[in-house]
Design a protein around this ligand. Structure first.
Ligand code: ZN
Length: 862
């Protein structure tokens, strides 16, 4: 099938849809009608538009004779309909040609409300009386509107939408815009009509119908804001409302444009394939990302929820008002919304230090982008399956990182002014990436397009080598790749370099656009040089021997994100074969005085990585070493957390988890059991969550049963997810296998792939999860949301046993996944396989030396 076969011709273009949907929630069916006003560029006797899994029951086209409205004659003809499953289209064939000008398509159809979490789909919850309540909602990105109504389902075929829903009077019915009418119709139902939307893309259309409740509208400026939720959850809505109200004001100010909708509903859905979806005025979320009791949730859970609300609201302008012309430009929507989500969250709660915490997400992007199976951020998309593969860390996190890098290079005000110009110039229209660079070039004097093309249109990122001789720094760059990856062609990036320098008089930042190998001058009394000031650059830094020693000697003068990067870049250097594992061990030991949660979160990840490298007969010594590196910080954090300091509570929880899980510290494990038995209202939520993980990783059969009871009884979404994940952390093979059965039967399909991903990542039982998965491959890939399947496969990255990772093993991942390709997201699968091979090589390389190294460092060792 040629690429263009998946695109509609531009000879017929829609301008308005009058759409009516009548769902039957009991029978899981629906009926629809639409009048689509279109403009014809030329005479034609066929009209092709998208429709998938719909039974078209009526298709007519009417056209006036060119006279002014109400004066001429209108001719209506019935069309013959043929469908094409491959291109997901229907074609209307007419006996008489339509003339150039305007026409109206009249269509009616029926369809099934699906259980697949896309298109128009069904979601359920257990009502207070124990019965199952059913609602139906839409998820149209990307691209699934065609599963609910025949439409021109491409992002640049924008139109306005007048939606009506025919439903039970006692059901909540909402769509993108304000309700403007409600009239009784046959069968005891009502027709609820909504105002015409602004001109927008089909993937942003949304409606939700069912037994749900909404909070009282709260006015932000002129915009009424509500949270829509299951009955009985109103007490979990205040935090999201506070975040949304802040975000609306923040973005109206930043963008310099009023909110483009007429109301804003944030809708918590019990079943949801993604995290959230930016439908104009009707933003949908999975419950755990909208409903929260802050007194029972961790700081990380609150931060994540606020970030997702901010992300979706950033899209109301960037994405909804101005939209990418085609899915290949999706990165711009998502990267920008991710970047703005952090700006907005930083403004909402400065004490959360979101830019430091972003380090972990950037690390995930670095890891994938170093592989030979990476891709450019902007990537060609032909088919719907291609589009689905775009929702990954390269689009979101790498994209956001390079925008942050550009913002810091241009200056925050210059960057914002360019964004304002871009939005004002392209409101209600579509853009390509270069439109943004042009706008930013008009407000700055930097060669934005030249710099950004290198970062956006090519995969990979540079490793910047920094060496010092006197007051000269030599900067050399090459592509960052793990050892054993295909030797990438020699090439360089235009790096908007910012280096921080420590002198006796304080800290300096040096700026320079580094096009190729280059030099910089530093003050001769500089004590240290950090090759990525404030961690805003998307490059790895390798500090030559002495520079690294200087950094480790002056860690207290670095920003938290810079200390984070000292750890993170060293781990990358280990994967790249540029340092031995002994250097990683030294860096960990140099961090003992650190008291920042982001730094310790990364150290926790490094300990987890080393845990994969250590031979079993050195495991006890390794655990003792982890305890020795983290104990002083743990005791300090315990004392500070006791005084009620929120940042210290977060830090204490991180360290408590390191000591109890990776360090297997008996005292911490005992403390965790006591915390779990205590009145939850009296325990800090961060610590309670961490204690749950500690108990789970050492759980007896009785404790595993207790965690299962707590999961089923959880009365808020965060605890439900926490206890669910804890179930697969069990050290017992029997309980692990029982949990896998639960995951494929009882767990909601929106969560199951992520629990399986965690099961595959289990430090000792992951290979059992792999065998379980491939034995049920057909059932699992059929039932779980397709977008989550490649994420599930990410769990194999550390499964380096021969049985799973050996390319010759018939039931191993390389062979099995080659024989059983996923429908979409194949590139993500290839990345997981490559990373598995990289880790396998690392285990072979480092395992022999690590045991002896650790043994020398603990009492009673070698
Ligand atoms: Zn988004």
């Amino acid at each position: 099938m040629s690429e263009s076969a998946y695109r509609l011709p531009r000879t017929v273009v829609p301008s308005h849809y009058a759409l009516e949907i009548t769902p039957n929630l009991v029978a899981a069916t629906f009926a629809g009608t639409v009048d689509i006003e279109v403009a014809l560029a030329e005479a034609t006797d066929t009209v092709t538009l998208h429709a998938l899994d719909l039974t078209i029951t009526l298709a007519k086209v009417s056209q006036g004779d060119g006279q002014a409205a109400g004066q001429g004659a209108v001719t209506t003809q019935t069309a013959e309909v043929t469908d094409d499953d491959e291109t997901e289209t229907v074609t209307l064939r007419l006996a008489n040609q339509l003339s150039p000008g305007t026409a109206t398509l009249h269509l009616a159809w029926t369809g099934e409300i699906s259980d697949g979490l896309v298109g128009f789909y069904r979601s359920t919850y257990e009502a207070a009386d124990g019965t199952t309540a059913t609602l139906a909602a839409t998820q149209f990105e990307a691209p699934h509107a065609r599963r609910a109504f025949p439409c021109f389902d491409e992002p640049d075929m924008k139109a306005s939408f007048g939606v009506s829903l025919v439903t039970d009077d006692d059901h909540l019915a909402i769509s993108n815009s304000a309700e403007i009418g409600r009239v009784p119709v046959d069968g005891g139902l009502v027709r609820v009509s909504f105002a015409d939307t602004m001109v927008m893309s089909t993937y942003l259309v949304a409606w939700v119908v069912g037994p749900l409740e909404a909070t009282e509208p709260h006015l932000v400026g002129t915009t009424p804001v509500r949270v829509v939720h299951q009955p009985g959850q109103a007490h979990l809505t205040a935090f999201a409302l506070e975040a949304a109200e802040h975000a609306l004001e923040y973005f109206e100010d930043y963008y310099g444009i009023a909110y483009p909708g007429d109301k804003l509903d944030l809708v918590a859905l019990p079943d949801f394939a993604f995290g959230a979806m930016e439908n104009l005025g009707c933003v949908t979320f999975r419950e755990v990302l909208l409903l929260i009791d802050p007194s029972r949730a961790t700081r990380a859970e609150q931060r994540r929820l606020a970030a997702v609300v901010n992300h979706e609201l950033a899209h109301m302008w960037f994405g909804d008002l101005v939209t990418m012309a085609w899915w290949g430009g999706l990165w711009l929507n998502e990267a920008f919304a991710t970047f703005m989500e952090m700006r907005c969250t930083d403004h909402f709660r400065p004490e959360w230090e979101v830019w430091a915490e972003f380090g972990l997400e950037r690390s995930a992007a670095f890891t994938v982008d170093a592989l030979s199976t990476t891709r450019p951020i902007e990537f060609e998309v032909h088919t719907p399956a291609d589009a689905e593969g775009m929702f990954d860390v390269l689009t979101y996190e790498k994209g956001a990182s390079v925008l942050r890098m550009l913002e810091q290079f241009l200056g925050e005000e210059t960057f914002r002014d360019g964004i304002r110009r871009y939005l004002a110039d392209h409101a209600y229209a579509n853009t390509v990436t270069h439109d943004l660079w042009s706008a930013l070039e008009s407000t700055s004097d930097a060669p934005v397009g030249h710099i950004m093309d290198a970062w956006i249109l090519r995969g990979g990122h540079p490793a910047l080598n920094v060496a010092r001789s006197g007051d000269t720094l030599a900067l050399t760059q090459r592509r960052a790749v793990p050892l054993g990856a295909d030797e990438a062609e020699a090439r360089t990036w235009p790096i908007p370099a910012r280096l921080s320098v420590g002198t006796p008089d304080g800290r300096l930042v040096l700026d320079q656009l580094v096009e190729a190998d280059s030099t910089m001058t530093v003050p001769s009394d500089a004590r240290w040089v950090m090759g990525n000031a404030s961690g805003n650059g998307f490059w790895r830094t390798h500090h030559d021997g002495e520079l690294m020693d200087n950094l480790l000697a002056h860690l207290g003068e670095l920003e938290p994100i810079e200390r984070y990067l000292v750890v993170d870049d060293t781990w990358a250097d280990l994967l790249a074969g540029r340092v031995e594992v002994s250097r990683v061990v030294e860096v960990c030991e140099a961090m003992t005085d650190d008291r920042h949660p982001a730094v310790w979160r990364r150290l926790g990840g490094v300990f987890g990585g080393l845990r994969r490298l250590i031979a079993n007969d050195h495991l006890d010594q390794f655990q003792a070493w982890v305890r020795s590196v983290s104990f002083v910080a743990l005791e300090d954090a315990a004392r500070l957390a006791h005084d009620g300091d929120a940042a210290a509570q977060d830090l204490y929880a991180v360290l408590f988890g390191i000591a109890g899980v990776t360090g297997a510290d008996p005292a911490t494990q005992q403390a965790a059991r006591e915390l779990l038995a205590a009145d939850p209202a009296k325990v800090d939520a961060n610590l309670l969550a961490s204690a749950t993980g500690v108990v789970a990783a050492d759980a007896s059969a009785a404790e595993h049963r207790d965690l299962m009871v707590r999961w089923r009884a959880a009365d808020n979404p965060q605890e439900e997810v926490r206890f669910l994940y804890a179930l697969v952390d069990t050290p017992s093979r029997e309980d692990f296998e029982a949990t896998l059965d639960l995951v494929t039967n009882e767990v909601r399909t929106q969560n199951a792939p992520y629990v399986l991903m965690r099961a595959l990542s289990h430090p000792t039982l992951g290979a059992i999860a792999w065998r379980y998965l491939i034995d049920r491959w057909g059932d699992i890939t059929e039932r779980f949301p397709t977008n989550a399947l490649p994420r599930m496969i990410e769990g194999i990255r550390w499964l380096t046993d021969d049985a799973v990772a050996d390319p010759d093993a018939e039931r191993g991942a390389p062979q099995f996944l080659a024989r059983h390709p996923l429908g979409s997201g194949d590139q993500l699968v290839q990345q997981s396989l490559e990373l598995q091979a990289v880790h396998r090589a690392l285990v072979e390389r480092s395992r022999p030396s690590l045991g002896g190294l650790i043994a020398q460092r603990v009492p009673g060792g070698a």
